[in-house]
Write a protein that binds this ligand. Structure first.
Ligand SMILES: NC(=O)c1ccc[n+]([C@@H]2O[C@H](COP(=O)([O-])OP(=O)(O)OC[C@H]3O[C@@H](n4cnc5c(N)ncnc54)[C@H](O)[C@@H]3O)[C@@H](O)[C@H]2O)c1
Length: 330
């Protein structure tokens, strides 16, 4: 199989690239290195390209034909919620523009399958704790909207391909809270999610801040579903295999563990893994934070036979190790 991985130099993309190479697939990386790091994929063929650029469709077609690509995994996107509120058009231009070019290149070539990085941000602020895929999606920021619109675009492309009599299958994966590192050198270098933020605060001698401890959860802090990036990477491999073997019965899947951890529990796990006392500061609630968001993973488990192997302890330990902050002997 030859897989074109957009955003393959990014945090999640580079983990998937590593697994694909390990199992013997040919891999071509397309990335503009806006947030990606070249040495994560330096031994592979790379096309340096902004997917939203006006020449991107033609350059993608040329790369697909040159490398006989049969599958695409599309990670490349901007992903910061706050930035998407400040610069919505940039998010539409990048995330929707990039995907438009990818789908146009699929249409002009014989690419048979696509895996798309979607997000739990498509759900918005659901009033249920366990979120299943058929729940109404009501994203509350432009980032989440670009992911939901991306899913619709892919559904439309599947319908149009069927009408043309072309074989094209796609799977959209809605990631929950991705964390940890499968290999230390591929760790998340952006300090935007809870675990990297707490690690940075601890490393610089500052107290982490908990945004709200009066939610209706057992310890008052928000609950999220943390999934190990290596488990998430395996879900992409399972998606490719699923599309090889059958007509997908479903095309959208939650990727999480099905278990929630509170902010306090995550901080306690970091304290344990670093062998440091961490005393967080209490801050105000942030707008748009649902009290609990946990993936119902029954669909992915039934259809793709995928299940997360790692839990919070392994996730935190891998992130702490990658940051060089593990306590001696652990
Ligand atoms: N990290 C998470 O918790 C999370 C959760 C849900 C969904 N996602 C989605 O997963 C995907 C990967 O996220 P990540 O955490 O690895 O982010 P990342 O920023 O590390 O990776 C994104 C990669 O895409 C590249 N890129 C961005 N815009 C591009 C463009 N226009 N053209 C070509 N390359 C471009 C970047 O250089 C980078 O290598 C994104 O689509 C993101 O929205 C991530």
């Amino acid at each position: 199989m030859t897989v074109l991985v957009t955003g393959g130099a990014g945090y999640i993309g580079s983990h998937v690239v590593r697994l694909l190479v390990e199992r013997g697939d040919e891999v071509l990386v397309v990335d503009d290195f806006s947030t990606g790091i070249e040495n994560r994929v330096e031994d592979l063929p790379i096309v340096s390209l902004d997917l939203a650029a006006s020449d991107a469709e033609d350059r993608l077609v040329a790369a697909i034909e040159e490398h006989s690509v049969d599958s695409i995994i599309h990670f490349a996107a901007k992903k910061q919620v706050g930035e998407s509120v400040e610069q919505p058009l940039m998010y539409y231009r990048q995330n929707i523009g990039g995907l438009t070019n990818v789908l146009a290149a699929v249409e002009r070539t014989g690419v048979e399958s696509l895996v798309f990085s979607s997000s739990a941000a498509t759900y918005g602020m659901p009033d249920v704790e366990m979120v299943a895929e058929d729940l109404d999606c009501r994203p509350i920021n432009p980032y989440g909207e670009t992911k939901l619109i991306g899913e619709w675009m892919i559904d439309n492309a599947i319908t149009a391909a069927k009408m043309r009599g072309t074989a094209f299958k796609a799977v959209k994966l809605r990631y929950f809270n991705v964390a940890g590192a499968g290999w230390p050198e591929l760790a998340d270098t952006a300090v935007m999610n809870l675990i990297p933020i707490v690690l940075e605060r601890v490393a610089t001698g500052k107290a982490p801040i908990i945004f709200g401890d009066d939610y209706a959860t057992p310890d008052g802090t928000c609950i999220r579903d943390y999934v190990h990036v290596k488990d998430l990477a395996e879900a992409h491999i399972a998606s490719l295999d699923y599309m090889k073997s059958e007509e997908p019965a479903e095309t959208v899947f939650n990727v999480g563990t099905g278990k929630g951890a509170s902010v306090k529990e995550v901080i306690d796990a970091i304290a344990e893994a670093t062998d440091r006392e961490i005393v967080p500061e209490m801050g105000e609630r942030r707008a748009g934070d649902p009290p609990a968001l946990v993936a119902d993973v029954s669909r992915i488990s039934a259809q793709l036979s995928w299940k997360a192997e790692y839990g919070l302890t392994e996730i935190v330990r891998s992130a702490v190790d990658a940051a060089g902050m593990s306590s001696t002997g652990k």
